[in-house]
Write a protein of this length. Structure first.
Length: 476
């Protein structure tokens, strides 16, 4: 009997190539998440090479994050309705093409345009990853598969500065930034071929544009835009000029939720079934935990780069290597935590969040008092502890959040979960950067600035820990 990725979950456990398929999809997912952070260290090179303004350089990073977050839920719903294999292949093809366009961009304006399009394709691709796990695996295997996914998320985020530093060193700082995009092309082509072979085609279904909740997609997209735009423009006065969008965003979200409830009442397919927020155990708490955790988790990479490169004079490669212990700890523990979550449940994330908080506090204390010459080595142990804790947060939380979601809504549910993470990332990056620069503006030193930023991040991690503990009490 032919088994395909969009069949009912109960039959998919017998699909013989599910682990190979997972490896290929994670390869593609790694590229899209890597491009969130890898470009940061190349911004000075891009500015010199293209004569870009500060605002244009900011949009090279922010534009990708913005469009990435805008289309996640819509991309997940398209995968649910039209088939995840089909959407995966289309989105991955688009990501390869837009990566090549970014690498070949002759001007800053075209590079920004390429990054906006690249973010759209990445946002369409990412929810297919978690959606495929939902239908290809169940029971203990699903926890292991999400452990692999969590390792991909943690490693891609943490390894970006290191890999970017190596590429710039090898290719030269003048034009080396182009290879940060070109490297996606051969990897993406290999992933396309492997995906075509390993994910069988689903049976034909009567899917059409009429099945997609276009109104809901527009309402949610504009709402997310109103929330993210002032944050991605923070270095260009976005909070001062666009603060009023923060008042518009909640109103649009309320209208969106009301519209989705109407869609359910009419018996039509919503973009996001609101019953997941009220009747799906674990989903609301897991989504809230993910959002708050990513506020603290995502912003630390920018302030680490500022501290090591501007404060201590490290090269981009040295700066990336300084945070390698976090990446190693995260990748290792994510795979282990994925196996443990089916047995110990929310306790895994509680212990993981505790480890992250302890590691960040330790890093703040060490970097505040350590001599500049030995700061990298002094911070290695607390960063390793924080990384081990982080690996036990991301993938177990995804597993617990999605475990009761019906597979046919898995893509949209995963897209909504990751939209919250993208919003958290934008808030965290803006907040920690503001704290870092705010301390420096008071004529304090870089050690004071990094300590203040890391303690702020710890506060958000502790808030996520509170959510986890409360959810643990509810489950018990």
């Amino acid at each position: 009997m032919s088994i395909h990725p969009d069949a009912p979950t109960t039959s998919l456990i017998a699909y013989p190539q599910r682990w190979r398929a997972l490896a290929v999809t994670q390869m593609a997912g790694f590229m899209t998440l890597l491009d969130v952070s890898i470009v940061n260290i190349a911004l000075p090179s891009i500015q010199r090479g293209l004569g870009a303004s500060v605002a244009q350089v900011q949009w090279v990073v922010s534009g990708y994050a913005l469009t990435f977050g805008l289309v996640l839920v819509a991309g997940g719903r398209l995968g649910d309705a039209l088939g995840r294999r089909r959407m995966f292949l289309v989105a991955l093809s688009g990501f390869v093409v837009t990566s090549a366009l970014c690498g070949a961009a002759p001007s800053a304006e075209l590079l920004v345009a390429g990054r906006l399009l690249q973010g759209v394709t990445a946002g369409m691709l990412t929810p297919q990853n978690t959606g495929l796990i939902q239908v290809l695996f169940h029971g203990p295997e699903r926890g292991k598969a999400f452990g692999v996914f969590g390792a991909t998320v943690g490693l891609s985020t943490a390894v970006g500065p290191v890999l970017g530093g190596f590429i710039l060193t090898a290719a030269g700082e003048q034009e080396g930034w182009r290879w940060l995009f070109y490297v996606n092309v051969p990897i993406g082509l290999v992933a396309l071929l492997a995906t075509w072979r390993l994910l069988p085609s689903p049976p034909r279904r009567a899917a059409s544009a009429a099945q997609i909740d276009v109104v809901g997609a527009v309402l949610l997209g504009v709402g997310v835009l109103c929330l993210l735009l002032p944050l991605v423009q923070v270095e260009d006065g976005g909070l001062r000029q666009l603060w009023w969008l923060f008042a518009v965003a909640p109103m649009l979200v309320v209208v969106f939720l009301h519209w989705e409830q109407e869609m359910v009442r009419r018996g039509r397919a919503p973009l996001l079934d609101t019953r997941m927020l009220s009747a799906t155990p674990g989903y609301p708490a897991g989504a809230a935990l993910g959002l708050v955790y990513f506020v603290g988790f995502s912003g630390i990479w920018l302030v680490f780069a500022l501290y090591f490169q501007r404060g201590l004079g490290y090269t981009p490669l040295q700066s990336g290597l300084a945070v390698t212990p976090f990446a190693l700890g995260s990748a290792t523990s994510a795979a282990i935590a994925g196996r443990l979550v089916t047995k110990y449940g929310r306790w895994v994330t509680v212990l993981g969040l505790s480890g992250v908080a302890i590691g960040l506090v330790g890093s703040a204390m060490v970097l505040h008092g350590a001599p500049a010459a030995s700061a990298q080595w002094a911070a290695a142990l607390p960063l390793l502890v924080a990384g081990i804790g982080s690996g036990a947060v991301i993938s177990p939380n995804v597993t617990l959040t999605l475990e009761c979601v019906p597979p046919l809504m898995g893509g949209a549910a995963a897209g909504a979960l990751q939209t919250g993470q993208r919003i958290g990332s934008a808030i965290g990056t803006a907040t920690l950067a503001a704290v870092f620069y705010g301390v420096l503006s008071q004529r304090a030193g870089y050690p004071d600035a990094i300590a203040a930023a890391l303690l702020t991040a710890t506060g958000f991690v502790c808030l996520a820990l509170l959510v986890a503990v409360l959810e643990l009490r509810i489950r018990v």
